[in-house]
Write a protein that binds this ligand. Structure first.
Ligand code: CA
Length: 437
């Protein structure tokens, strides 16, 4: 990036949104310099701390802050970067996140020698991605799961309700959601035990059993970046200032438990045994070049109307790898298929005066597209077990089996340049051995 003295870093970035770094970045890396996601790292000799990533290099932000690399910023970044979650950093507000991003773009751009040329010091700040473990990046307060894909809601309605009225009458008027359980949200790589519970396989009364229909749900989640007090609401125009960034979200779902429990109050034990997020939060600033319009909508009430492009072109993939077999891609979808956008979700969530807090998480709901290849759950791909996914070694899958590994990927591409979210990886472990109940 050539940055002459007449332009601020922000202006230079507008002129060239894809600057190069002096750190090596492979062409297919999810983490070029213009991504700069935020996460929490640790290992045997480092206490948890905030980091970003460029290529395969992880940057310890607490070391940079301590050495004065953010000294032009008024906030106490050393303190917030030495925490085991990003909440205190996020709470400093959007001007600070943007200023940190701009400083990092400058420090790591090709022609800046301020860190590059300090060879001894820079080794304290730079680590290989292989050297560190990623922790859950935010302490999640409340968690809400929307149901914002028209195709997903239609598919579920076709399977389980009246095919002539697959969508319930409210669906195109409000972003439907349920409140989930935040404590069972875990970071990518954490294995999840198959849940047991009440299922009603023959429709002649329940039995207690490990779930036989364990599924993934391909979703994205956004992290709330600004409190709104109880009694206040956030408009669609203000909403993006209240969003810090996004992660991949796998909302594991036990379909058989769900089917028996969800009427009348919605999902409960079928969803709260484990939901998995990718470890790096990609900021709204990094996503800006990939902004697109969402699908056309039917007329909505004024508080849900919005201006401009409010969706993002994010390619989404799901791969399933049975133990000892090759991984197979089972889904190719896109975030832009979502009917309701994040601004509408947040405006609706707060329209009654519901207070949101920094670190709250809102997931999108399963992101399905128009054709079977783009369906975001096994429920839809196999049409509730009617069809199966074939593997080259003869195995087949209708739902997840023990020791299967589910890998979700998300990436953006524009003008031949790309960035991504890394991976969201989940291994399924066998159910706990439980006494018969
Ligand atoms: Ca879900």
């Amino acid at each position: 990036m050539h940055q002459d003295s007449n332009h601020s870093p922000e202006e230079a970035l507008k002129m060239n949104p894809f600057p190069a770094s002096w750190l090596p970045v492979a062409a297919d890396s999810d983490f070029p310099l213009w991504n700069l996601p935020f996460g929490i790292i640790h290992n045997a000799w480092l206490k948890p701390r905030a980091a970003t990533r460029i290529g395969d290099t992880v940057v310890d932000l607490s070391v940079l802050a301590e050495a004065g690399y953010f000294s032009t910023l008024p906030q106490d970044l050393v303190r917030v970067f030495r925490q085991d979650s990003l909440n205190d950093f996020i709470a400093l507000g959007k001007p600070v996140w943007k200023a940190v991003r701009e400083r990092l773009l400058s420090i790591f751009s090709e022609e800046d020698g301020s860190l590059r040329d300090k060879v001894v010091f820079r080794n304290q700040a730079l680590l290989s991605a292989k050297e560190v473990e990623m922790l859950l990046p935010v302490r999640v307060g409340d968690y809400t799961d929307f149901y914002s894909s028209l195709e997903h809601a239609t598919n579920v309605g076709l399977m389980f309700r009246d095919p002539k009225n697959a969508l319930l009458p409210n669906w195109k008027h409000l972003p439907v959601a349920y409140h989930g359980h935040s404590s069972s949200i875990m970071v990518s790589g954490t294995p999840v035990k198959r849940p047991s519970g009440q299922i009603n396989p023959g429709n002649d009364g329940p039995v207690f059993s490990p779930s036989r229909n364990l599924d993934f749900e391909l979703e994205m989640a956004f992290v709330v970046g600004k409190d709104n007090p109880s009694g206040s609401s956030v408009s669609t125009a203000e909403a993006e200032d209240h969003i810090f960034g996004m992660m991949i979200f796998n909302d594991l779902s036990a379909r058989d438990i769900q089917k028996w429990e969800y009427v009348p109050l919605g999902p409960f034990l079928s969803k709260n045994f484990g939901s998995v997020v990718s470890p790096w939060i990609v900021t709204m600033e990094a996503l800006e070049p990939f902004r697109v319009a969402g699908p056309p909508q039917d007329p909505v009430l004024p508080y849900l109307s919005f201006e401009g492009k409010r969706s993002f072109d994010i390619r989404l993939e799901v791969w399933i790898q049975p133990e000892g077999a090759e991984a197979k891609r089972v889904c190719l979808s896109n975030f832009r298929y979502l009917y309701w956008n994040m601004a509408q979700q947040l405006a609706h969530h707060t329209v009654n005066g519901c207070n949101m807090r920094v670190g709250d998480l809102c997931a999108s709901g399963t992101i399905s597209g128009p054709d079977r290849e783009s369906f975001g759950s096994l429920l839809e791909i196999t049409w509730n077990g009617r069809d199966s996914i074939q593997y080259s070694d003869g195995r087949e899958r209708t739902f997840l089996e023990d020791h299967d590994v589910v890998v979700m990927k998300a990436s953006c591409e524009k003008d031949g340049l790309r960035m991504g979210f890394g991976e969201c990886v989940t291994r399924i472990l066998p159910a706990l051995q439980t006494l018969s109940k």
